[in-house]
Design a protein around this ligand. Sequence first.
Ligand code: K1U
Ligand code: ZN
Length: 163
Amino acid sequence: MLLPILHYPDKRLRTKASPIEVVNDEIRTLVKNMFETMYDAPGIGLAATQVDHHIRLIVIDTSEDKSQPLCLINPEIIAKDGELEWDEGCLSVPNYYECVTRANHIKVKALNEHGEEFELEAQELLGVCIQHEIDHLDGVLFVDHLSKLKQRRLLEKTRKEKK
Ligand code: K1U
Ligand code: ZN
């Protein structure tokens, strides 16, 4: 089932998501629907916040052939180093790309869709995407990392497009 994606500047995107207590069939159905929604968009990541579910769940697939689906529940960055700049987009901010500085190398701890804990090291696009999606769970958008001037221009552009 395809889920509607919230668009900037919707205030619901600013909600801090709660940890998932139990990984059950309801969560697994949401995971399936989020993958379907992300692939359909198309995108390489999606946070539950973006589909108006305020729980700590993200799905990601940065492969070219949809062959590496990754589900992270209650993800936590436990180590990071280095810096890199990446031109980011966001399904909640359509048709807008800007360069953001992030950690280059991260180590993440999370649960998978079966409730099992795992650790993952990531860099470049996968690392950037995980940081972008965890930001969503904290109510942070990639545009928050930009200058106030760029944020004002984006808000004007969004308001004009809505008219
Ligand atoms: O969270 C989101 O809104 C998804 C976002 C993830 C992301 C992209 C780039 C850098 C950081 C995080 C997207 O998927 S935007 C769309 C996109 O990048 C893309 C779409 C189709 C093919 C390849 C990339
Ligand atoms: Zn996004």
